[in-house]
Design a protein around this ligand. Sequence first.
Ligand code: URA
Length: 279
Amino acid sequence: MTPGRTDARELLAFYLDAGADALVGEEPVDRMADETPPPAPSVKPPSSPSPSRERNVANTALPRQGGERTFFQTAAPASPDAAIMAAREAAKTAASLDDLRALLENFEGCTLRSTATQLVFADGNPQARVMFVGEAPGHDEDVTGRPFVGRSGKLLDRMMEAIGLDRTSAYIANVVPWRPPGNRTPTPQETAICLPFIRRQIELANPDILVCLGGPAMQTLLGTKDGITRTRGRWLPYDTGTREIRALATFHPAFLLRSPLQKRFAWRDFLAIKKALAQ
Ligand code: URA
């Protein structure tokens, strides 16, 4: 029997329910049949210094050596552990936020990169005294390449405005800089691979105050296993790698949209941020 339009519609609805809402290729790929091991890491200069979006090769820019920038063109790491190691090595080499963005544009160790439309690196003022960090971009962020621009971003803007902040006086990023397909939660492995990059981003931005938006960002960055309801509103130390700063976790704006009664607690947290910035 030839499949009809109803079958096709039902199949699309099935894909959407399963979280597959993005086309990643024109031809199906049988990944079970692909037994070829990834090539060993190799070192060779890139054909062009501009960031490329070619697949299966991670161009990891390393520090200048003898006045020249040395490029390591490395195959996608074979295992999550190798990817975490590659991320750590790469993140260390970024001397500026621009370097870090370029590194991430070319880093192929995290598979989220291949399903996302683009990297969502940061928004706002990197010189700001306060930095907000969320979990991962959603659909609107994936389309625009800027964090927190969808519904929860609009709420974040209003909350910042209430304490005299906006995107010229705050810096905003996410732990994971690529949208997970269907807005699913990033896996622990994906988060672990992205962690060295966001830690380096915080170190390079060097804010006085770090605000974790929601439990996942808080648990990843502050290393606590407690829930957000228990930990929010408490100042905790955060070691940037060069100094200790103050960190605070608060509810994620997406949660506040679903549970508006909790906004009173977030308001307290934002007043605490305002007070800390006045010191
Ligand atoms: N939620 C996040 O955690 N980050 C965004 O950028 C948008 C929504």
